[in-house]
Design a protein. Structure first.
Length: 365
């Protein structure tokens, strides 16, 4: 590999925290692959994270759309997870199903969690079984073939759960035969990635809350008719205008609406890459974005970052998403002077909240 490749990995909501930690460690231990965790649109996760069965080609198509909308090309590999059983023709693929560069939708891998969840309930192996499948996929894409005898190797035949459990219990590693070939072909980054997982203590204990949370079959997940958004409204405002946003937020929350207001979300923002997190939030995760237009809003770096993300969403969907509230007569790039708006000082917070609630309620009908 002459240049650093990028691999996108779906941050499944059940284990996104653990996966982020692993990806960060993987990125720091080698310079061959740059791992990037991505959060797909909720509409895609609804299709992937509900129960049932799904054709492999449909998972590839979903993954391709996720990759494109994240700004990447088919040159970058993407790995996604599904709660469904994957099938090709009449055969179910229990774990990893991927296409090659010669295929119509290249560089995509799908991991089905259905069989993993059912097979290792009560054990703390769920996350390691997932990681084994990722590592096996990376090794196979580098030309290393799995063997069908059990050696406690990452490249044991990975549609056989006893092989995977045996590998986990003996420490995630490649057998000596594969290590020799990996070293000969100068792909030692694979060995380094496996060593990182073995040294990751938070998934190394037998009875952790993490493992119970990840492998629980009782946890309510996405439903087909569930709202497609984390928030009903995301508020975008300059710090100087915070008191207006805070007042509107309080009224909306009193009516049971889910509102993104930064001071209420400190626990979610803490430790995140805010540039990526906020762009993702204002682009994907709210039903509406309310922008408080003012001279302060126009000149701030962060508000412009949020605005661009919201405008990208509005442009792609070609329907109402941005709801402007004017605090003065400042013009904002990309928001037409003919766009319908509310004036804070003419309407007042209670009237604005009432209008917004009506809009939200009509949307849900």
């Amino acid at each position: 590999m002459d240049k650093m490749n990028t691999i996108l990995i779906h941050l499944h909501p059940d284990f996104s925290q653990e996966l982020k930690a692993i990806l960060q460690k993987w990125n720091s231990c080698q310079n061959v692959i740059s791992f990037l965790g991505i959060c797909p649109k909720r509409e895609y996760e609804v299709k992937l994270l509900t129960k049932g069965a799904i054709p492999s080609q449909e998972t590839f198509a979903i993954a391709a759309r996720i990759r494109t909308e994240a700004g990447f090309t088919s040159d970058e590999r993407i790995i996604i997870f599904t709660e469904k059983r994957i099938y090709t023709n009449e055969y179910y693929q229990l774990f990893l199903d991927n296409t090659l560069e010669r295929d119509s939708i290249p560089n995509i891998a799908t991991i089905s969690l259905d069989f993993i969840r059912k097979s290792i309930t009560g054990k703390s192996y769920m996350f390691r079984a997932i990681i084994i499948n990722i590592l096996q996929g990376l090794a196979e894409s580098d030309g290393f073939q799995p063997h069908h005898e059990t050696k406690g190797c990452i490249l044991d035949f990975c549609e056989n759960m006893p092989d995977i459990v045996y590998c986990i219990e003996n420490g995630l590693k490649f057998c000596q035969q594969h290590e020799d070939v990996i070293s000969k072909k100068n792909r030692t980054y694979l060995i380094e990635l496996a060593q990182v997982v073995n040294n990751y203590e938070s998934i190394d204990r037998d009875d952790t809350a993490i493992s119970k949370r990840i492998s629980s079959l009782e946890k309510a997940r996405l439903q087909e008719n569930e709202s497609g958004f984390d928030y009903d409204v995301a508020l975008s405002f300059a710090g100087e205008d915070r008191h207006y946003a805070k007042e509107l937020c309080k009224i909306l929350k009193n009516y049971g609406k889910k509102v993104f207001y930064d001071k209420s979300e400190k626990h979610k923002l803490w430790g995140e890459d805010l540039y990526t997190f906020l762009y993702d939030l204002y682009r994907l995760r709210a039903k509406y974005c309310v922008i408080f237009i003012s001279e302060h809003y126009a000149r701030k770096t962060w508000t412009n970052h949020e605005r661009k993300a919201a405008q990208e969403r509005a442009f792609k969907e070609n329907k109402t998403y941005i709801l402007p509230i004017k605090l003065d007569n400042t013009e904002i790039p990309g928001i037409s002077t003919t766009t319908g708006y509310l004036n804070w000082f003419d309407e007042g917070p209670k009237s604005i909240a009432s209008i917004l609630l009506r809009k939200l309620n009509e949307e849900s009908i």
